[in-house]
Design a protein around this ligand. Sequence first.
Ligand SMILES: *Cc1c(COP(=O)(O)O)cnc(C)c1O
Length: 398
Amino acid sequence: MIGSMATSKRVERDGAGHPAPAAPEKRLFTPGPITTSRTVKQAMLRDFGSRDPEFLAVVREVRERLLGLYGLSTEHGWEAIPLQGSGTYAVEAALSSIVPRAGQVLFLVNGAYGERMVKMAEAHGIPSTVLRWSEDTPVDPAAVDTALAKDRGLTHVALVHVETTSGVLNPLLAVGELVRRHGRTFFVDAMSSFGALPIEFEAGGVDVLAASANKCLEGIPGLSFVLLRRAVLEKSTKTARTLSLDLHAQWRGLEENGQFRFTPPTHVVLALRQALLEHEQEGGVAGRGRRYRENHERMRSGMERLGFRAYVPKEHSSPIIGTFLYPEHPRFDFAAFYRGLSERGLLIYPGKLTKAACFRLGNIGQIFPADVDALLAAVPEVLAEMGVELSSPRRPKG
Ligand SMILES: *Cc1c(COP(=O)(O)O)cnc(C)c1O
């Protein structure tokens, strides 16, 4: 009887030892990190050692599942290599590990993420050629064809599938077919499409692709990964320009003992496994893509009804994120707009365009049509607080 009562009732405590309050839930209309499910967060409530066989089995399962999402497998010559760090780390690991010293990359750029890859090449002294388009315009495959025909020195082509700067969807299949016909290596930054949009790995000649846990897969941030053909990987034993981002070494480590070379983000891996199970339950890539498209169309038409103008023409827009121009109204103030929505538990995202003042609304994560409706209901309230009245676009007569 003595002393046994004191420990029988467990109370959840926060890091300071205080009983944890129920956290207010915010809905994130952002491109990542995104709103995650409670079960994904709960999957992290375990501490694993980096060599624990149970943890290593989870790593193996996650690697297989990442390939399986698009029907790929190690038996068919593909590898999935997870890396510590956000998506940028995977992009940089891929570029700095697979392009040989004598290589040269053709970058197809129509936004900030394309420009980021160009900067990486500069940092690593990788020779590059850059083709640029405006931020509301998809990459034009014809220009890629011409560039590759003209310059035999271009060994690799790098494309951002969905340019999250604006949300524009680039023609992966058309570009990839050309890259393959010209016999070059095709790298894709599929950060904000992987898990929600079709990716034609075989028909589109994708050789190397980078993505991360915390976008359409709805995991938490801290883990990214590269999927690539083993044949490409095997040629890059000595091409890495850094130690920690060396893809071949990371792969060798995983193959030899199942471990990450350096401290693995154990909790993030556990969360990703749970997120992948939930992705499967939602109907895989097709099911997830369907919900995002529904969110996106509802958001876009709703915002247009309220008098906002979308930056990317509908036919070029991905269902991942929408970019809306600031209304031309003297009292519109983005900081106040953001604050008003945030006070209502709705987090939006600033713009990133070089030429236009805009903000972005993400359609990914644990966001459902009812959440979009909540945002669409809050927007006019916040505008009214600012004293901003928008005239709805005129309907065609008749
Ligand atoms: C999110 C994203 C990245 C990676 O950004 P991180 O902040 O490092 O996660 C890269 N490319 C695209 C297209 C993205 O949307």
